[in-house]
Design a protein around this ligand. Structure first.
Ligand SMILES: N[C@@H](CCC[C@H](N)C(=O)O)C(=O)O
Length: 276
């Protein structure tokens, strides 16, 4: 049987997108890892599955798998590609699309310049919601990493994020510290690790070591988490441009209980099909 897919990216964070509204397939974690392989497979950071909704008030269900085959709760760059995909495939004619994810519901809107604006929901700070082992919520958690103390902020954007301030992302220890924090025992479901350089109150640079993938060219939820962290610590204004290795995202947050709004591009690269 043939399975049609589309390769897409949001600022170089790349995806294999599969329509499971009009097609049927079961892809287990071993198969996902094989497809994600950049030499022997198609190559992607995440697999995105477009499914019918489980609730009548939603338009679609959106499932996300990291390149290591693990299913995760949320993916910001993927959400923008999801919106473009369902419109291009004519799975909907709506310009505002309500989507269920394992981490909560999202509202996606395609704006006039072709970019996609996503209501990413409100961030959560309770340690149990991240999840992070800690006695109380804080802005500054001290983690013992192989005998060295690392200070970081942590929060959930549906998925778990740690945010570390650095003087320069160019010299940040993304490849060495990233994997040790990702797998730190105080994050029982592992964590995405962002390294943030504050350039001004409206601009940051960011690199993210993603859970289940490694460093990617961009991470939408990571950009939201970094800006929320900077705003709640009084370091950033309400609208911030986040420059990642793959390009820039615009992030807005009005404060606690408010949703984070992310705006950025979504690009189709090619269509293909595989035998399953
Ligand atoms: N690239 C994503 C995040 C994908 C999921 C993440 N690796 C996780 O495990 O939570 C984004 O754009 O948000």
């Amino acid at each position: 049987m043939m399975l049609h897919f589309t390769k897409m990216h949001g600022l170089g964070n790349d995806f294999m997108v599969v329509d499971l509204v009009t097609q049927r397939a079961r892809l287990d974690s071993e198969r996902i890892r094989a497809l994600a392989d950049r030499r022997f497979g198609i190559g992607f950071d995440q697999l995105l599955l477009v499914e019918p909704p489980l609730r009548p008030d939603m338009d679609f269900r959106y499932r996300i798998f990291n390149a290591d085959g693990s299913e995760v709760e949320n993916c910001g760059n993927g959400a923008r590609c999801f919106a473009r995909f369902v419109l291009d495939q004519k799975l909907t004619a709506k310009r505002e699309i309500a989507v269920q994810t394992a981490g909560g519901n999202l509202l996606l809107k395609v704006v006039d310049d072709g970019r996609v604006r996503v209501d990413m929901g409100a961030p959560r700070f309770a340690p149990a919601d991240i999840p992070l082992t800690a006695d109380a919520p804080a802005h500054d958690y001290a983690l013992d990493v192989d005998g060295e103390t690392v200070h970081l902020d942590a929060l959930s954007m549906g998925n778990p994020h740690a945010v570390i301030d650095v003087d320069s992302v160019d010299h940040a220890p993304v490849a060495t510290l990233g994997p040790r924090i990702e797998a730190h025992p105080r994050f029982p479901r592992r964590v995405n690790v962002g390294f943030m350089e504050i350039v001004s109150r409206q601009s940051v640079r960011l690199r993210v070591f993603e859970r289940g993938v490694g460093e990617t060219l961009a991470c939408g939820t990571g950009a939201c988490a970094a800006v929320v962290s900077g705003i709640r610590r009084g370091l950033l204004d309400q609208h911030v441009d986040v420059t990642l290795p793959g390009g820039t995202l615009s992030i807005e947050w009005a404060g606690p209980e408010h949703p984070v709004i992310m705006t950025g591009p979504a690009e189709r690269v090619f269509d293909g099909r595989i035998v399953i």
